[in-house]
Design a binder for this molecule. Structure first.
Ligand SMILES: Nc1ncnc2c1ncn2[C@@H]1O[C@H](COP(=O)(O)OP(=O)(O)OP(=O)(O)O)[C@@H](O)[C@H]1O
Length: 233
């Protein structure tokens, strides 16, 4: 569904992605794990189109994605729940969700909203409250739910566990795992390698702008190098 080949990107004169190769097949949950500063966010920003690509290619559902401007990528089925959530704090929960559905004006929007509330019941309770008053975990749920309102076939998730209590992280990861049943393919970028690998089918390890390891999630969890460097086991 998504293929990245030799992807390069830079900030000014400094290259931070040095030729990334990865793929995500339809229906998979694939994670990219790596330390702070490895380039994971830059990779997702290239995929969503807000960061210029200086080399290589991105193919999504058989079409070259690089020439497609960011605002058209959701229409192609690619949605992002960005790092830092970036919800509209002055708008209500429901208004944020409706913005996620800006492409659609059909009756399904109401059903999509009910589905989102079923996924995250706390959002239903708070639907008429300003999103800025939500806790960090609830804001993360809202960012994911808003991205899903765009009916993506592939969801890009940037560090959904960041700064959240373990119990909330588990809740979020459970929902990500459940997206499989909804036919949403997931590319999950995480510093929380163990949590991410536990729900993923496959994973990649990114270090200073390179992919240094890849394999099934089970292989990576069992690998002594990963256990020592990322899992603290
Ligand atoms: N706007 C920017 N201008 C210049 N350099 C940047 C910018 N954003 C990121 N970088 C640098 O690019 C490299 C990769 O950063 P990136 O944010 O993609 O890593 P990351 O793996 O997502 O880390 P984090 O978990 O902190 O988001 C780092 O060295 C970072 O300092």
């Amino acid at each position: 569904m998504l293929t990245v080949e030799g992807l390069r990107s830079r900030y000014g004169r400094i290259e931070v992605l040095h030729g990334i190769d990865l793929h995500v097949d339809s229906g998979e949950i694939v994670t990219v794990v790596g330390a702070n500063g490895a380039g994971k966010t830059t990779l997702l920003r290239c995929l969503s189109g807000v960061q210029p690509v200086t080399g290589g290619s991105i193919t999504f559902r058989g079409e070259a994605l690089t020439p497609v401007p960011a605002y058209k990528r959701l229409r192609r089925g690619l949605a992002q729940s960005p790092e830092g959530r970036q919800i509209f704090t002055n708008l209500t929960v429901e208004e944020n969700l409706r913005l996620g559905a800006f492409l659609f004006s059909d009756d399904r929007v109401e059903k999509d909203m009910e589905d989102a509330f079923q996924m995250f019941p706390i959002l239903k309770e708070k639907r008429n409250l300003a999103a800025g008053g939500l806790s960090g975990g609830q804001q993360q749920m809202l960012a994911m739910a808003r991205a899903l309102m765009g009916r993506p076939s592939c969801l890009l998730l940037d560090e959904p566990s960041m700064g959240l209590a373990p119990i909330v992280v588990q809740q979020i990861f459970d929902v990500v795992k459940g997206l499989k049943a909804l036919n949403v393919t997931v590319l999950l970028v995480e510093q929380n390698a163990f949590g991410a690998l536990k729900i993923a089918d496959r994973g990649y390890v990114m270090e200073t702008g390179h992919i240094t390891m890849s394999g099934t999630a089970a292989e990576l969890i069992a690998d002594p190098r990963i256990r020592e460097a990322y899992l603290g086991i």
